[in-house]
Design a binder for this molecule. Structure first.
Ligand SMILES: Cc1cc2nc3c(=O)[nH]c(=O)nc-3n(C[C@H](O)[C@H](O)[C@H](O)COP(=O)(O)OP(=O)(O)OC[C@H]3O[C@@H](n4cnc5c(N)ncnc54)[C@H](O)[C@@H]3O)c2cc1C
Length: 467
């Protein structure tokens, strides 16, 4: 690897709302990462890891520093189809994992809404899926990982060995060390299909009640919320819940588990390439256009029905339209996801959604999930729900949108909620401390001193939240 500081590149977050020029290096092995650490020390630069750059915020940005692009460390090192254990380099994507294991009757126990994320990025954020209430976060399925610390030490962590680092590096946003290999337990499946049930919900109260009451009967549950219509309809939308298919319910599981029954088609109606669909979405990316889209989607959701869907189609709906985020235009988008206890969620989200409508800055898309708490250090989950809201950013609304999201932060803290560091970009150090608590922050800083005494690992997010 050529180690000179001449590869200065402009990097962006997934939402294209932030930019940060960085020196980009693409290691192929752990020794290359050591070299980058040496170079960083020599030039007094900071280093941030980057997987697929799918974080909505500044988690994988490092303005003026070094970007360690791990996408070339992308080999599946071992796969045992008898036990379901897979060992991977950190740059392996969820797409590569599921395509390896699914034809042999396994599925990753936790996946994000896009399959383009890397395992390193998923562990650092400790991602959740539509089954968080049942299966927890991805970290709960990690058997072992190895990591390289900026001190030069290579460590192995399991839930029992180096347990403090295991629970802090998973959720630790790449600020303690760099994952170099990850071993995970996959989940057995008996069919390539999921049985999906869809219901309309008519307001916020019904929306959250159904998520709460129905979740125990299902393996996955997720809600779509029309966030552009207020009054009595506030919080209306549709719930999708899915169950694994067992026994003879799928007469031909060998066939449904084949990759060609899972892979998302590249064309719509077999004609239009999906890769250019976002261009046709652009004219709708304004308040009036998205209001119409939300009304039309709600009207189309009114029928209660059940159908079978492939795992990939159910989980990775957003991958159906590649580059959809570009439809938001030059200013990009911010995704704001708050996690609220089940007792306080309804009142807090009512206040939040009403404020966004009153200020004329509605979210164009709302997604709800049911969650359970976990014991990772920088955990975002609660015994309650999350609501992810997408906001269009323009030159005109940027400042006011930021102020509104800070108001949201106050409402979330007041309601005993939490934030997710892979999404929100406006949360301040003060608000991070308010929800994490002094004890957690001090624990994290102590581990940081132990693993990275010279403060080599820093991202824009780290400076914003812990700097
Ligand atoms: C369309 C879409 C849908 C999504 N759906 C969900 C969802 O359903 N659930 C959910 O939880 N999240 C979801 N996310 C968020 C996403 O899963 C996280 O942001 C994830 O961290 C992105 O992985 P990445 O490989 O792109 O990591 P990046 O964005 O590149 O990096 C994320 C963090 O990981 C660190 N990192 C990366 N590699 C390593 C490594 N090898 N060692 C140490 N640190 C490392 C980075 O420094 C950074 O802090 C979604 C994102 C998108 C764009």
């Amino acid at each position: 690897m050529s180690l000179t500081l001449n590869n200065f590149t402009q990097l962006e977050n997934f939402g294209h709302s932030l930019r940060a020029p960085s020196y980009r290096f693409q290691p192929k092995c752990a020794e290359d990462i050591q070299e980058v650490f040496r170079l960083a020390k020599q030039h007094e630069l900071t280093v941030t890891a980057r997987g697929a750059g799918r974080s909505y915020n500044d988690a994988a940005l490092n303005g003026g520093g070094i970007m360690l692009d791990l996408s070339a460390m992308n080999q599946i090192l071992e796969w045992d189809s008898a036990t379901g254990l897979v060992r991977c380099e950190p740059g392996v994507t969820l797409e590569k994992v599921w395509q390896k294991v699914e034809p042999e009757g396994w599925w990753p126990p936790v996946v994000s809404g896009t399959m383009k994320t890397t395992l390193g990025g998923c562990l650092s954020a400790n991602i959740h899926g539509k089954n968080n209430f049942k299966m927890g976060t991805i970290g709960e399925h990690v058997v072992e990982f190895t990591a390289l610390l900026p001190t030069g030490a290579e460590i192995t962590c399991t839930p029992k060995k180096n347990a403090d680092l295991f629970h802090a590096m998973i959720s630790g946003l790449g600020m303690l060390g760099i994952f170099t290999s990850i071993t995970m337990q996959m989940k057995r499946i008996e069919s390539g299909l999921l049985k999906v049930h869809a219901w309309p919900v008519h307001d916020l109260h019904e929306h959250l009640s159904i998520l709460l009451d129905r979740a125990p009967d299902h393996d996955y549950i997720v809600g779509w919320m029309d966030t552009m219509n207020g009054g009595k309809s506030l919080g209306r939308g549709q719930i999708h819940a899915a169950n694994y298919v067992h026994g003879n319910e799928d007469p031909n599981p060998q066939k449904t588990m084949q990759l060609n029954n899972q892979i998302l088609p590249p064309r719509i109606f077999g004609v239009f390439p999906k890769s250019s669909l976002y261009i046709f979405m652009r004219p709708f990316a304004n308040n009036v256009g998205w209001w119409g889209v939300n009304v039309a989607k709600y009207m189309a959701s009114l029928r209660t029905h059940t159908f079978y869907q492939s795992h990939a189609a159910f989980h990775f709906l957003l991958d159906y339209v590649p580059n959809w985020e570009l439809s938001y235009g030059r200013g990009g988008l911010i995704q704001y996801q708050s996690f609220l206890p089940k007792e306080t969620a309804e009142a807090a989200w009512r206040e939040m959604l009403n404020l966004s409508l009153k200020l004329g800055m509605p979210s164009y898309l709302g997604v709800t999930k049911r969650h359970r708490p976990d014991n990772f250090l920088l955990t975002h989950a609660v015994d309650g729900f999350s609501l992810a809201l997408d906001f269009k950013v323009t030159d005109r609304n940027r400042a006011n949108l930021g102020l509104m999201l800070q108001e949201f932060d106050k409402m979330v803290i007041q309601a005993g909620g939490r934030f997710y560091f892979a999404k929100n970009s406006e949360t301040s150090a003060e608000h991070a401390r308010a929800f994490l608590g002094d004890e957690t922050i001090e624990k994290f800083k102590k581990l940081k001193k132990r693993c990275d005494p010279n403060g080599v690992l820093e991202s824009d997010l780290y400076r914003r939240l812990f700097g």
